[in-house]
Ligand binder design. Structure first.
Ligand code: BES
Ligand code: ZN
Ligand code: ZN
Length: 511
């Protein structure tokens, strides 16, 4: 999608649709809205005293200005665009980048089926760089569809390819930068969604490794991959135990970003769970809904997407993305419940349930990241069904061994427009993880399933500052939203990128 900031008067921009935002409970439409024909211009003597069509619609209750409500008018008189679109902005004082991001998505998604290829959106007065970035993101994210494997040729022709933002005053340089940043981040998030959308017969661990390698080659990241033999040599028994049941071989890949100038001694590692399909293994899952387990690599895909945006936006902290890639299958050689494996850290793990495989592969990946110099660890994983029971579909679960570090991530998430909610990590929960025969079991009891999973990871992350994001209930949308297609959401990408970009302000100089 082509994104730009309008450099001619809005009424002269030729496009398939020109959209303006009108608010809830406002007596008079804004100057901007009047200018494009939504309401009579005060300066026009011929219509002085008339209320105009939108006022009539408001009076009839057909338009209230509620968020994302839309009206589409053809052949408007005062403007060059083919259609005039009014979109509800809700309460003016509540309009933030979150709503603007969604409004842009709503415009793209609602106008696309009408054959609209180009949209101009007039931003409200006072729109700043964060508003511009959010709109750019919303437009690019809204355009994405989970339809790669649909062969209807009509869909092909219906896409919005141009989105222009009209901002009052001259297009300042920093607004153009914000636009570009929004495009880069949203395209990275769409790459993540493309990867998550791939079915497991197409996207094996090797195919996902190859996709990461391609990103590295295109964006100047260093790519490394450990294969089964290399991992066996190092002693990654936890990861390799999970991989045993599949004839698709496992990999542990990394993507390295090194800034032009390093400011401090910090080194951020992003670690993503990459189970390309999770049958549950011998502790097999019920067949109902098992097809969705192709998205069990959403953490790895988020890391790959984030690393692409990081390579383009160049934050000042070194960042390495790690993704352990395996398929959790059943076979005559699959890992059994009761098996005891030795992790890279040296800890022994009793595998009481082969379906709790994500924590096993992450244990070795976290240890590996630490050994390779990470001073701060953040993982994202579709780790537990229980996180959806606790938090529903709107918040990622957030866990940490370092409060201050988590606060920084939560601040970054807020700026990025993603939601995360902290869950407790009291020492008491650790008591749920007791094995009679090894150092640690891979499952706790019936209660606090997301927390025991996090505690398991923490046993391998400590003492390095670490955050775990459980994205099992947020990485996949069962139903589409007016601003986003159903299917993969690409969650965590924007938080990861924002965390890295903000690092310049918080990391101290080299010691
Ligand atoms: N991949 C699943 C978690 C999951 C569930 C992701 C639903 C997305 C949607 C994970 O590997 C798993 O199976 N976890 C088990 C853990 C249990 C065996 C302790 C679970 O959540 O049931
Ligand atoms: Zn599982
Ligand atoms: Zn899993």
């Amino acid at each position: 999608m082509q994104l730009s900031i309008a450099n001619e008067p809005i009424e002269k921009v030729s496009a398939d649709a020109l959209a303006v935002i009108c608010f809830e409970a406002e007596e008079n439409e804004t100057q901007q809205a009047a200018h494009v024909g939504v309401a009579p211009k005060v300066s026009d003597p011929e219509v002085a005293g008339q209320s105009g069509w939108l006022a009539e619609m408001r009076l009839a209750g057909e338009f209230t200005g509620k968020l994302y409500e839309t009206i589409v008018l053809h052949k408007p008189q005062r403007i060059a665009a083919r259609r005039l679109v009014v979109i509800g902005g809700g309460k003016r004082e509540k309009l933030s980048p979150v709503e603007l991001r969604r409004a842009a998505g709503v415009l793209v998604r609602s106008l696309k089926p009408k054959g609209v290829h180009s949209i101009v959106l007039q931003l409200p007065e006072g729109a700043d760089a964060s508003a511009v970035q959010a709109v750019a993101e919303g437009a690019v994210l809204g355009a994405w569809e989970a339809d790669k494997y649909k062969s209807d040729p009509k869909r092909e022709r219906k896409h919005v390819d141009t989105f222009v933002l009209a901002v009052n005053g001259a297009p300042a340089n920093h607004l153009n930068q914000a636009l570009e940043r929004g495009r880069v981040i949203a395209e990275a998030q769409n790459l993540t969604r493309d990867l998550v959308n791939e079915p497991a017969n197409k996207l094996t661990p090797a195919a996902l490794a190859e996709a990461a390698q391609k990103v590295a080659a295109e964006h100047g990241l260093e790519y490394k991959a450990l294969d089964r033999d290399a991992m066996a040599e190092l002693g990654m028994g936890a990861l390799l135990g999970v991989a045993r049941g599949s004839s698709n071989p496992p990999f542990l890949i990394s993507l390295q970003y090194r800034p032009p100038q390093t400011m401090g001694r910090d080194h951020l590692a992003l670690v993503g769970k990459g189970v390309t399909f999770d049958t549950g293994g011998i502790s097999i899952k019920p067949s109902d809904g098992m097809e969705k387990m192709k998205y069990d690599m959403a953490g790895a895909a988020a890391v790959i997407g984030a690393m692409r945006a990081i390579a383009q936006l160049k934050p000042s902290i070194p960042v390495t993305g790690y993704a352990p890639l395996v398929e959790n299958m059943v076979s005559g050689d699959a890992q059994r419940p009761g098996d005891i494996v030795t992790a890279l850290s040296g800890k022994t793990i009793e595998v009481l349930n082969t379906d709790a495989e994500g924590r096993l592969i992450l244990a070795d990946a976290l240890t590996y990241a630490k050994r390779n110099g990470a001073t701060h660890l953040v993982d994202a994983a579709t780790l537990t069904g229980a996180i959806g029971v606790a938090l529903g579909h709107y918040n990622m679960g957030a866990f940490t061994n370092d409060e201050a570090f988590l606060q920084r991530l939560l601040a970054a998430s807020r700026i990025a427009g993603e939601k995360a909610w902290q869950l407790p990590m009291d020492e008491e929960y650790k008591e749920y993880l007791k094995s009679a025969f090894a150092d640690i079991p891979n499952i706790g009891g019936r209660y606090g399933g997301s927390i025991t999973a996090a505690w398991f990871l923490r046993e391998f992350a400590d003492p390095t500052p670490w955050i775990h994001l459980d994205i099992a209930s947020t990485a996949w949308l069962d139903e589409g939203k007016a601003w986003l297609s159903k299917g993969p959401s690409g969650v965590a990408v924007r938080s990861f990128v924002q965390l890295a970009l903000d690092w310049t302000q918080s990391a101290g100089p080299a010691k």
